[in-house]
Design a protein around this ligand. Structure first.
Ligand SMILES: Cc1cc2nc3c(=O)[nH]c(=O)nc-3n(C[C@H](O)[C@H](O)[C@H](O)COP(=O)(O)OP(=O)(O)OC[C@H]3O[C@@H](n4cnc5c(N)ncnc54)[C@H](O)[C@@H]3O)c2cc1C
Length: 400
């Protein structure tokens, strides 16, 4: 009965938008949607089980131009905007949360940053030297500097035409597979956040750089997460990204963009959970009828759908604000906060609707649950997003 009045979930989700997406973005969305169904969904459980990087899938995504979504065409990019990148990450994450994470972090935190603020020679060097399926990292966090990132302690010391980096960066996504990256270090700890500087690093000739063991994680297990140890690593002064002391501001601006990517990842996982829950409840018979007929199950589905559609509005709004160069910090933090909670909520309810079957590894619900949790942590924990939103709201109201 329910099925007759509601169009199939997948097509309803694809067409959903507060205003119609332009034709090229609808096309992009369809491409990523079918890529997720064809190339990611069938292997997601295996990648997760083996904690295996999806190299084949990333190569195919690179062929589609999706590893440089917002990079200008002269640097082998697709020249699209953050709204496009958000659609890509949402659809891919619907198929595999790990792949969505890899694509999101590389595009939002590295490729977009280099394209946006890199000097011409830096872009030519890094985008030119490495093929478009190469992966870049964003190494900001340290073991004693996560939410309090201004406390970072990796040091950069000037020596002639070089900077010498020493310290350990923690939690670096894709560190094992990366060819290059941006490393944040301080030129003077007394300057606090004003000393933080961003350095571009070629991994293949960085003597003194070692990648630590992969963290054994709860979710997004097909991504690598490692420490990066820097022991007298020499970086040419021409590889300073932005200005000396300008790294903290760069990082904060880029984290707004990353929050759109993480929110989109969360949205894709939530959508996958909703689709799986409906698919299961349609088939599962209890008390002589499909679970879908139970009002308690319908309520869970309605609550999931409500949160997912509200999240989608917030994520689209944040992406459009970035693309219009508007003040977007509040929208980005709201989107990330709500999307992370929505992903966890949807995965929780999917698991509950599946009952015992939700708790075992041959159904995807437990993976959705494990993959969802990271979206409430990385890129700034939910608690910090709440503080950012409050500060922005208070400032806006005071300024009226
Ligand atoms: C799988 C994974 C991948 C990651 N990838 C990257 C990456 O590629 N690059 C990178 O730079 N970092 C990365 N990170 C690091 C991530 O961004 C940090 O873990 C995150 O910002 C939280 O920092 P923390 O772990 O030090 O937690 P803490 O800062 O110690 O916070 C722990 C808890 O304390 C509370 N808390 C802390 N500060 C506040 C506050 N101001 N207000 C209210 N509550 C607060 C919150 O409840 C919070 O959850 C990754 C982390 C993980 C787990």
């Amino acid at each position: 009965m329910l099925r007759k009045i509601i169009p199939p979930i997948a097509s309803a989700a694809r067409n959903f938008s507060i205003c119609e997406l332009p034709a090229h973005l609808q096309e992009l969305q369809k491409t990523c949607h079918s890529f997720a169904d064809r190339e990611l969904k069938p292997v997601a459980a295996e990648l997760d089980r083996d904690a295996r990087f999806p190299a084949e899938q990333i190569a195919k995504l690179a062929d589609l131009g999706l590893m440089r979504v917002t990079v200008d065409p002269e640097y082998a990019g697709s020249g699209l905007n953050m709204l496009a990148l958000s659609l890509v990450v949402e659809e891919l994450s619907r198929g595999c949360g790990s792949t969505g994470s890899i694509v999101s972090i590389h595009n939002c935190l590295f490729a977009n940053l280099l394209n946006r603020v890199g000097a011409e020679e830096q872009k030519q060097h890094f985008f030119g030297k490495y093929s478009n399926n190469s992966i870049g990292v964003f190494a900001l966090s340290e073991s004693d500097a996560g939410s309090d990132v201004a406390a970072l302690n990796t040091k950069a010391q000037r020596e002639g035409d070089f900077w010498i980096l020493n310290g350990t960066k923690a939690w670096v996504t894709s560190a094992k597979e990366a060819q290059y990256g941006v490393i944040f270090a301080t030129v003077d700890t007394d300057l606090k956040y004003k000393g933080i500087t961003a350095f571009l690093l070629d991994f293949d000739n960085a003597t003194g750089l070692t990648v630590g063991p992969n963290e054994d994680k709860l979710g997004i297990r097909a991504t690598s997460t490692c420490n990066l140890h820097l022991d007298n690593v020499r970086v040419r002064s021409s590889n300073v990204l932005g200005s000396i002391g300008g790294g903290f501001r760069l990082a904060m601006e880029q984290l707004d963009r990353a929050r759109i990517g993480i929110a989109s990842q969360a949205l894709g996982i939530a959508q996958a959970a909703l689709e799986a829950a409906v698919g299961y409840a349609e088939q599962r018979i209890a008390f002589g009828q499909p679970l879908l007929k139970l009002s308690s199950v319908q309520t869970r589905i309605a609550e999931m759908a409500l949160r997912i559609e509200s999240t989608r509005l917030l994520v689209r709004k944040a992406a459009v604000e970035i693309d219009r160069n508007e003040r977007s910090t509040k929208a980005c933090s709201m989107a990330k906060w709500f999307a992370g909670e929505t992903a966890t909520f949807a995965a929780h309810n999917c698991l509950q609707i599946m009952g015992g079957m939700g708790y075992v590894k041959n159904m995807p619900a437990e993976r959705f649950y494990r993959d969802a949790r990271i979206t409430e942590i990385y890129g700034g924990v939910t608690d910090v997003q709440k503080t950012i939103v409050a500060e922005q709201v208070i400032e806006q109201l005071k300024g009226r």
